[in-house]
Design a protein around this ligand. Structure first.
Ligand SMILES: [Zn+2]
Length: 437
């Protein structure tokens, strides 16, 4: 009955636009390439993604400390991290149409895919960081960068975090926040953006524990995706080959999802060794080592990193949930999102406008308990179901003419289409049980 084979990037993009999940940023002025705004449903859903991630990482044995670091960082941080020296892509321009490409995206022995000319500029290295000047004087000392990853604010705050939180290795520091990369060719909607959001966890441990925790986090993070409803057949762990490793890591594995445009990275799990803390200790000339309780020797903690793109996960969850189903009378588009990811938890309908008053009372009562819900009284009940199926609302409640006599309402389930009759005074308990983690 269900047919998910036809999900395409075009359909997801159209649904996001039609229902207000995502807008092209500055749409009114023609749009800003590689930058997006999240509308009502999009921002609610992103918030649910963040919540689920926080919930998952804080379940492990060991402390997780949170940080909300600044986006602007001084030159010294990015000098130490290696981003000024290493964070670039090879870029090439067509000399005829002036279009710019990533040299690793195209074959420069062949013609320009845009105009057909074969004359190219030399391949140049293009740094992906956004640079800006602090204050009025544009001298070298006031150069700052928009962070290309959130991780470095964790490393550069390591001493503060360690001395204010009474923690001991192993422990993790987690951060959710914006990062920026001046991608030469942003593409595939939310897949490669210039402004994006990361959820990063840096897990600090003793040097001899890094292999153990690398394995631990690999499994833990893989399990996260199935817990939030991702089809396990569409995700896999792919270890990096030696030549793919970033300058800071000794081993790395990607969690990949099978998009219609191929297997693509959702998350990177990397063993960063003691690279970052060592670099910052040197650049800042500060001691970032700790004393081992048992051996009494000093050591610089090693780090296992898990780094997820919020927007990319958002896109993945839409792809994974999208279905077109043939029902008896019509076809429906339904997002089979996990109930904890769905932006709207339930929709409440009066069967007829005459029943709007008592239905509104129930709606207001449910809202008071913190559930994000909508009230919808326009169109047939069938149309109202379709509108909510399309945005993934797990439950719809209908207040009908019998409700006034029997004090019950009908709850309809999105995926099974099953309906059940529940007493109004039991609704809150019902919802609590249904949505509890
Ligand atoms: Zn060209």
């Amino acid at each position: 009955m269900s047919d998910t084979s036809r999900v395409t990037l075009e359909k997801i993009t159209a649904l996001c636009k039609r229902r207000g999940f995502v807008y092209q940023s500055a749409d009114l002025y023609g749009g800003l390439n590689g930058v997006y705004d999240f509308g009502h449903l999009g921002s609610l859903m992103k918030n649910n993604i963040r919540q689920q991630w926080k919930h998952a990482i804080t379940q492990v044995d060991g402390d997780i400390i949170f940080l909300d670091g600044a986006i602007l960082g001084p030159q010294a941080v990015w000098q130490a991290s290696g981003h000024i020296k290493n964070f670039h892509d090879p870029m090439v321009d067509c000399t005829s149409c002036k279009k710019r490409f990533r040299a690793d995206d195209i074959n420069i022995k062949k013609a320009c895919p845009h105009c057909g000319n074969t004359a190219w500029t030399d391949v140049r290295e293009f740094n992906l960081m956004f640079q800006t000047q602090l204050g009025a004087a544009s001298n070298h000392s006031s150069t700052a960068y928009l962070r290309p990853e959130t991780a470095q604010t964790i490393f550069s705050n390591f001493k503060n975090i360690f001395s204010t939180n009474r923690v001991k290795v192993p422990f993790g520091v987690a951060q959710i926040g914006k990062a920026f990369r001046n991608e030469i060719t942003p593409k595939q909607f939310l897949f490669r953006m210039r402004e994006f959001e990361q959820m990063e966890l840096e897990w600090f441990c003793k040097p001899n524990q890094s292999d153990k925790y690398f394995e631990f986090w690999k499994q833990e993070r893989f399990n996260f995706y199935t817990k939030i409803g991702v089809n396990p057949e569409k995700i896999r762990l792919r270890p990096h080959a030696q030549n793919e490793l970033a300058h800071y890591s000794t081993q790395c594995v990607d969690v990949e999802y099978q998009f219609p445009f191929g297997w693509k990275e959702l998350e990177g799990i990397a063993d960063r060794g003691n690279y970052d803390l060592t670099q910052h200790a040197q650049e800042a000339n500060k001691d970032l080592s700790q004393i081992d309780d048992e051996t009494k020797e000093r050591f610089i903690p090693h780090v296992i990193e898990s780094s997820v793109g919020v927007d990319r996960l958002f896109l993945t969850l839409l792809f994974d949930a999208y279905c077109e189903e043939q029902l008896e009378k019509d076809t429906r588009v339904v997002l089979k999102l996990h109930k904890n990811i769905a932006p709207i938890k339930l929709a409440i309908f009066p069967l007829s406008k005459q029943l709007a008053e008592p239905t509104k009372q129930l709606f207001n009562e449910i809202k008071k308990h913190g559930y994000i819900c909508t009230f919808d009284q326009t169109g047939s009940i069938g149309k109202r179901y379709r509108r909510n199926d399309e945005i993934g609302t797990p439950l719809c409640i209908t207040y009908d003419f019998e409700s006034q006599d029997d004090q019950c309402v009908t709850i309809r389930h999105r995926d099974t289409l099953q309906q059940e009759r529940i007493a109004i005074d039991q609704i809150i308990t019902y919802l609590y049980n249904y949505f509890s983690l």
